[in-house]
Design a protein around this ligand. Structure first.
Ligand code: FAD
Length: 412
């Protein structure tokens, strides 16, 4: 009998981890890993941090060493885009014109930067960050530019702004909201990031509506015009206004798509032989009781193991507490949980906020929905435990650094 083929579309963190999990789960059939990019699967967090700042070598960003794919009989096809899926006859057509049959298919197509919808956004010198080449282009820009404007004060924009400051470049951050990260963190904690950047010399402009990218000599971006007419001059413009999931392939195949490819807790799509994981998956989360799409590294790292088990016919659910991290200047932070705007009624802080060494918790009805640790380490597991437990906590005790976090959760 012919060996079964498990096909993975998207050769980045989620795709590579799925291949790994299929092999470690005992699958000895054929694994084909299709990647549109020309690079073997790599990690993206260094692209806005260590790699961008020249502190991390290129070879350290890859998910596996090159030999790993051969050693594990993974048919890694780079520079190859899946163009259509035919769920009826279980085939995928690729950019070379070839058709690949599958028994199980995993979509790990990730996300792409949201484009800036204003005049001039396609000028030379307007940069986005998703790929290693994008990171290298931005790094080169820092060598030659004296001022860079950032459109968007989200995680990626702020990390790259910090890297620009470290490279000695003058920086303007143009944020549409009242505070950078204000939507995610709420005003009290978002202010920590605003202060951090201002203290490092960033010209942070809030409630800034970008109306145009202004062309200079040779048609290259020379600044950003705001809705009030002001022009922020810059030698280059980095746009970081979020990402959109790469769902076209799934939608064209008739799969259910709604803010990502919709999957259940076992990461199965609306079609029985097709699964999805990573940034592209809008997955039902049993702990939260609803679908969420998470655009963070830990999700792309861990979901594939569950997808692989499901593909192998085992019973598995993805129910980890969402987690992410950031590094900006000398601030390192981890965040665990899920606290949407409007979902919490209290924020409790433990430690020294002005000294940027503290924990923060987002609560609803006395239960911790999410928590973050800033420049305090080895506590995130306890925070995750606290979120998972759903225990009711005393506000004053939660704020007291002398009360161990484990005290709030039932033993065992
Ligand atoms: C600059 C940057 C910094 C980040 N920093 C952090 C951080 O500090 N902390 C954190 O928690 N998270 C961070 N993230 C988020 C994290 O990197 C992502 O969550 C993770 O990369 C998602 O992995 P993925 O494999 O699901 O998708 P992606 O990494 O988006 O990979 C999807 C891959 O699929 C390919 N593809 C798409 N369509 C097709 C097709 N039709 N055929 C073939 N291939 C296709 C794409 O080319 C891509 O290579 C960062 C992201 C970026 C961009």
């Amino acid at each position: 009998m012919a060996q079964p083929t498990y096909l993975i579309v998207g050769a980045s963190l989620a795709g590579a981890k799925a291949a790994e999990a299929l092999r470690s789960g005992g699958f000895d059939g054929r694994i084909v890993l299709l990647g549109q990019e020309s690079e073997a699967p790599y990690e993206r967090p260094p692209l806005s941090k260590g790699y961008l700042m020249g502190k991390q070598d290129r070879e350290t960003i890859f998910v596996h060493p090159p030999q790993w794919y051969t050693d594990n009989a993974i048919d890694l096809r780079l520079g190859t885009m899946a163009t259509t899926i035919s769920p009826g006859d279980k085939t995928v057509t690729v950019s070379t014109g070839e058709t690949v049959g599958y028994d199980r298919l995993l979509l790990a197509t990730g996300a792409s930067p949201r484009r800036l919808p204003v005049p001039g956004a396609d000028l030379d010198g307007v940069l986005y960050l998703r790929s290693v080449q994008d990171s290298e282009r931005i790094k080169d820009t820092f060598q030659n530019a004296s001022r860079v404007a950032f459109v968007g004060g989200g995680w990626i924009g702020l990390e790259v702004a910090a890297a620009a400051r470290e490279a000695g470049v003058a920086v303007s951050v143009l944020e549409a909201g009242e505070l950078p990260l204000g939507r995610v963190l709420g005003p009290q904690i978002a202010r920590v990031f605003a202060d951090l950047h201002r203290e490092h010399g960033v010209d942070l402009r809030l409630s800034a509506q970008v109306s145009e990218i202004v062309a200079g000599a040779g048609g290259k971006a020379a600044g950003v015009r705001l809705a009030d007419g002001q022009v922020v001059e810059a030698d280059a413009v980095v746009v970081g206004i979020g990402a959109v999931p790469n769902t076209a392939l799934a939608a064209d195949a008739g799969l259910k798509v709604d803010n990502g490819v919709v999957v259940d807790a076992a990461l199965r799509t609306s079609h029985p032989e097709i699964y999805a994981a990573g940034d592209v998956a809008n997955a039902f989360h049993p702990l939260l009781g609803k679908h969420i799409r998470v655009e963070h590294w830990a999700n792309a790292l861990h979901q594939p193991a569950v997808a692989a088990r499901s593909m192998l016919g085992e019973r598995a659910f993805y129910e980890r507490v969402p987690y992410f991290f950031t590094d900006q200047y000398d601030l390192g932070m981890e965040y665990a949980g899920y606290a949407e705007p409007g979902s919490y009624d209290d924020v409790v802080v433990r430690g020294d906020v002005t000294g940027r060494k503290f924990l923060a918790f987002w609560l609803a009805d006395g239960r911790v929905l999410a928590g973050m640790n800033v420049n305090i380490w080895d506590v995130n597991d306890s925070i995750q435990h606290l979120v998972r437990s759903g225990s009711t906590v005393e506000r004053a005790e939660l704020a007291d650094p002398d009360v161990p976090l484990d005290q709030f959760t039932p033993a065992g």
